[in-house]
Design a binder for this molecule. Structure first.
Ligand code: HEC
Ligand code: HEC
Ligand code: HEC
Ligand code: HEC
Ligand code: HEC
Length: 362
């Protein structure tokens, strides 16, 4: 196998530049170059997997979340067709299956319920200063519902956030908070029949920060197994998948190219010599590989990545690196190897970092 000395022999500028900086990212300091860059090293990124990946079009909203029971609202047009199910279990065990969906009429008709769902165990788990000042609110419901939180300092500034994801375990991250304030909030859950329950108003304060210790989940080395069931409610079609261990699950179809292939990403433009070890896909290098060691930055707990700017936001690509299709990555804000500021962000002044894109931030 090609050693790190060999990477540095050819990429001398990179290694020299790294040596001159105050804060060197740990895996770079340890010269684990191949771990991040080379496609054939490490799990789940063999060229074969990459080829399949490039053909799967993940269903909107089905970004990976931890759970053992998943409800997906499936476009009825997919009834009777084959879909791809991917569940990433513990210990890097990944299950990828082709699932034959039943025809619409074969799915079990769910009898309508008119009672609103029950909301229990409503808690503020955490008020924390990370990249943002955030509060994490959790609750449970007796059946799967979406999640809504209404919060603010007062009636006038109250803000509504909705997560359409169907679950019995709800977790919402409240952003846009100011220090030393008291906020009121209520949560709401709507089930698939349209029944909604709203919780009473509660309060939390940002005078002090706290977080509840997360419960260590028991790890399993078992293979991931999944069982599926299909339901219909009026003209809507649902799939429920239950796993034997917590996984992150996504569904997709095989019918189209994904948004970012290495060709259109524009991030790796240099001509690679033919004897060079194969490089990982830029999308993986700039976000996916980071999540393998920093899983806590996934999803709602960090700034959104793998999203395109909404209308009205212009990202200056000379200042911020984005993928060819406009998506943000971890590297939009972070410098890859080493830097003179501790968090290795592209602008050491955090406010300037944010204002470069969010022109109207206070
Ligand atoms: C024999 C010399 C040689 C060796 C050894 C070598 N590379 Fe390269 N590498 C190149 C050349 C030439 C290019 C293409 C030109 C460029 O972009 O710098 C390249 C391109 C790259 C790129 C893409 C650069 C870009 O601009 O996007 C990365 C990343 C990379 N190599 C990483 C590695 C890693 C990691 C190793 C060690 C496992 C390694 N290389 C070993 C010569 C080499
Ligand atoms: C933690 C993951 C990680 C490690 C470890 C790592 N890199 Fe990188 N590297 C990146 C990322 C991310 C980029 C930025 C990609 C981009 O902007 O296109 C990058 C960019 C590069 C580039 C192209 C851009 C440039 O700066 O010239 C080269 C060449 C490179 N790395 C070589 C190396 C070498 C050599 C090592 C080992 C000393 C190494 N990398 C270690 C993540 C890593
Ligand atoms: C092989 C594991 C590994 C990978 C892959 C990895 N990191 Fe790290 N990272 C670490 C370790 C270890 C530390 C230092 C210990 C800590 O604070 O957790 C660290 C620290 C950091 C820090 C804090 C500042 C610093 O340099 O210490 C940032 C920011 C960071 N990583 C971003 C990234 C990004 C962005 C990527 C993807 C390009 C990435 N990491 C990929 C292991 C990894
Ligand atoms: C919009 C900019 C932005 C994006 C995108 C971003 N970060 Fe950060 N990140 C920051 C800033 C700013 C800090 C420093 C936080 C502080 O100083 O409190 C930080 C801190 C970190 C840290 C160290 C502190 C910690 O919470 O452990 C890690 C690790 C990290 N980021 C990883 C990532 C990874 C991995 C991604 C991609 C999934 C990512 N970041 C995407 C801006 C960003
Ligand atoms: C490179 C451009 C860019 C930078 C830099 C950037 N953001 Fe963002 N930010 C985005 C995009 C794109 C989104 C998601 C789409 C949208 O809301 O327009 C977003 C969303 C957000 C959200 C809404 C989060 C949510 O879950 O809805 C907050 C809050 C935010 N950014 C704060 C920050 C802060 C604080 C910083 C500085 C640490 C920062 N941003 C830096 C581009 C950026």
């Amino acid at each position: 196998m090609i050693g790190p000395e060999q990477c540095c022999a050819c990429h001398r500028e990179v290694c020299e530049d790294t040596a001159n900086k105050r804060y060197v990212h740990a895996p770079v300091r340890e010269k684990q170059c191949a771990l991040c860059h080379i496609a054939t090293i490490g799990a789940d990124r063999t060229p074969v997997a990459k080829k399949e990946e490039s053909k799967v079009r993940w269903l909107p909203g089905s970004y990976p979340r931890q759970g053992m029971e998943y409800w997906f609202s499936i476009p009825p047009a997919l009834a009777g067709k084959k879909i791809i199910l991917q569940a990433d279990g513990q210990g890097k065990k990944t299950l990828r299956l082709e699932v034959q969906l039943p025809n619409f009429q074969e799915a079990e008709q769910l009898a309508a319920v008119t009672k609103p769902p029950e909301i229990t165990e409503l808690n503020v788990e955490e008020v924390k200063q990370g990249v943002f000042l955030t509060a994490r609110v959790t609750w449970k419901t007796d059946r799967v519902t979406d999640s809504t939180v209404l919060y603010g300092e007062n009636e006038a500034t109250r803000k509504n956030i909705v997560d359409p994801w169907l679950s019995k375990d709800h977790e919402m991250l409240l952003t846009d908070l100011q220090p030393r304030k008291t906020y009121t909030f209520s949560v709401a859950s709507r089930d698939i029949f349209g029944n909604q329950k709203v919780s009473p108003l509660k309060t939390f304060s940002t005078h002090a920060f706290f977080s509840k210790p997360s419960i260590e989940k028991t790890k399993t080395t078992e293979k991931v197994t999944v069982s599926g069931k299909y339901f219909r409610v009026d003209n809507r079609f649902f799939a429920r998948f239950v796993t034997n261990q917590p996984t992150s699950m996504r569904l997709g179809t095989l019918d189209g190219p994904m948004h970012a292939s290495s060709k259109d990403s524009g991030l790796q433009s240099g001509k690679l010599p033919s004897e060079h070890l194969p490089l990982v896909d830029p999308r993986f290098l700039n976000t996916g590989v980071c999540l393998t060691c920093h899983p806590q930055t996934k999803g709602v707990l960090s700034h959104p990545v793998d999203v395109q700017p909404k209308r009205g936001m212009i990202i200056d690509s000379r200042e911020y690196k984005i993928l060819g299709d406009g998506r943000l990555t971890c590297m939009t804000c972070h410098v890859a190897h080493a830097s003179d500021n501790e968090a290795r962000v592209v602008k050491s002044d955090k406010k300037r970092l944010c204002l470069g894109c969010h022109k109207n931030f206070g």
